[in-house]
Design a binder for this molecule. Sequence first.
Ligand SMILES: Cc1cc2nc3c(=O)[nH]c(=O)nc-3n(C[C@H](O)[C@H](O)[C@H](O)COP(=O)(O)OP(=O)(O)OC[C@H]3O[C@@H](n4cnc5c(N)ncnc54)[C@H](O)[C@@H]3O)c2cc1C
Ligand SMILES: NC(=O)C1=CN([C@@H]2O[C@H](COP(=O)(O)OP(=O)(O)OC[C@H]3O[C@@H](n4cnc5c(N)ncnc54)[C@H](OP(=O)(O)O)[C@@H]3O)[C@@H](O)[C@H]2O)C=CC1
Ligand code: HEM
Ligand SMILES: [Fe+3]
Length: 470
Amino acid sequence: MEKTSTDALPLTMNSSEKQETVCIFGTGDFGRSLGLRMLQCGYSIVFGSRNPRRSSLLPSGAEVLSYSEAAQKSDIIIATIHREHYDFLTELTEVLKGKILVDVSNNLKINQYPESNAEHLAQLVPGAHVVKAFNTISAWALQSGVLDASRQVFVCGNDSKAKQRVMDIARALGLTPLDKGSLMAANEIENYPLQLFPMWKAPFYLSAVLCVFFFFYCVIREVIYPYVNGKQDSTFRMAISIPNRVFPITALTLLALVYLPGVIAAILQLYRGTKYRRFPDWLDHWMLCRKQLGLIALGFAFLHVLYTLVIPIRYYVRWTSTNRTINQITAKKENPFSTTTAWLNDSFIALGILGFFLFVLLGITSLPSVSNMVNWREFRFVQSKLGYLTLILCTAHTLVYGGKRFLSASVLRWYLPSAYVIALIIPCTLLVIKFILILPCIDKTLTRIRQGWERNPKFSDSALNGKTDI
Ligand SMILES: Cc1cc2nc3c(=O)[nH]c(=O)nc-3n(C[C@H](O)[C@H](O)[C@H](O)COP(=O)(O)OP(=O)(O)OC[C@H]3O[C@@H](n4cnc5c(N)ncnc54)[C@H](O)[C@@H]3O)c2cc1C
Ligand SMILES: NC(=O)C1=CN([C@@H]2O[C@H](COP(=O)(O)OP(=O)(O)OC[C@H]3O[C@@H](n4cnc5c(N)ncnc54)[C@H](OP(=O)(O)O)[C@@H]3O)[C@@H](O)[C@H]2O)C=CC1
Ligand code: HEM
Ligand SMILES: [Fe+3]
């Protein structure tokens, strides 16, 4: 039945061996792109179509026949048809018997159907060896040759020989096949290209919620309150002043949330006296999202820096400072230089700059090209130690910015404190707990636990539970 040996690598094939005929069902976007690519790689292609006319869109050199005629020409058929149109394939059951039938289809939604498309196809055409492949490759990438982004082709099927042949084709096309096992894996393979940044979802929603909350909080304090109390129109604050509170506050909160799960995990391990018990799912998931949380935090910190840069050119700021000067002159009032204020002001800005510098460094080390260059210890040093230093600097920046006004009753509006005071709750609490955790007596116990020591070994079902740590 097979024309080429299944384990012959395409690179070692000579051109006569490569003249394998492959049938492609469907002359749509994907079928045409795949056909063209396969022709370029030395395969001969027969298209199966409802309307077997040659069209200028089809790659030259390919034959176009009816579905059943085309199927007879090859023992490997790639169905580039949408699942919704599979039904007619049942009529071809006889022709397709014993042949390899490749399912490339994707759905519009995750878990759209109770069974995967490939399993559905296998039920429709019981005699064929159905193999799932190529669904992660786009027609555009095949055509333009831009395959760097995703060369990975997940392959699964119940017949290993059939699977091998499809993997050989994938390799010949310059793709990287990965065997995912039996057809049961088809569901996972079909869901894969439909995922939209799965690890980014929770951090993204969380930052949106934080932004909206702090935005309205600031609007109440800085727009509605002055209006109600003095009919003052401060709506312009919503363009720069308020965003320049919301963004750094969100950045600081997210940064604290990057390091909070590590502390919760440590407390849990201390409490349980073992590291051999699974963390609750929410903590596990939170741990896995830390990189994304951190990068979003960096994005907000960056926005804060940009917004801060424009402060001197703002009309409101220039107007206020000119008026203050004029008022001082007309009232013949003196405004002596305050070294304390100068110190506080310069220190809070310096802390911000240093914090931002380390923040960017964390971001740079998370680039794969950089993280691949450092060893595990170096990566941990930057991410964990310098990460905490970043958090300390950013928290100190905010604390010193608050300075003397911090928590004074005069800044309360409708009993609401300034937004940054609320934003400091999580980072300050976290830093205090972390400080306690690194006290030698506690740190020693934690380190022993993390090295495998157990407080009550006889009660724990140990390594059976698998999950060790972070
Ligand atoms: C801009 C930015 C970019 C980021 N990029 C990345 C990234 O690319 N990749 C990434 O993973 N995170 C990234 N993060 C998230 C964060 O920096 C890391 O997750 C960091 O490692 C968390 O530090 P932690 O101290 O809480 O670590 P934890 O893992 O909670 O460790 C806490 C302490 O316990 C120790 N410890 C932990 N587990 C064990 C164990 N099993 N045995 C012995 N000791 C143990 C560690 O040495 C450490 O001192 C990024 C964050 C930011 C802000
Ligand atoms: N486009 C892409 O980038 C990718 C597509 N895929 C998958 O490949 C398959 C084809 O996608 P694509 O080429 O974009 O889709 P198209 O709609 O462009 O093509 C589908 C083809 O199916 C054939 N077909 C057979 N029966 C029917 C019918 N009853 N109604 C309509 N068409 C029928 C048609 O060919 P004819 O007229 O010759 O009979 C048609 O051209 C889908 O399952 C898709 O999920 C997978 C990865 C990427
Ligand atoms: C180059 C670096 C930075 C500079 C120059 C800077 C400067 C400033 C300035 C001028 C303010 C006062 C804004 C105002 O008056 O409205 C401010 C506030 C603040 N900054 Fe920064 N900052 C920097 C980095 C950071 C970083 C990295 C963070 C933390 C993630 C941060 C968090 C905050 C917070 C929370 C506030 C208080 C917001 C408020 O309620 O007004 N800053 N910063
Ligand atoms: Fe997540």
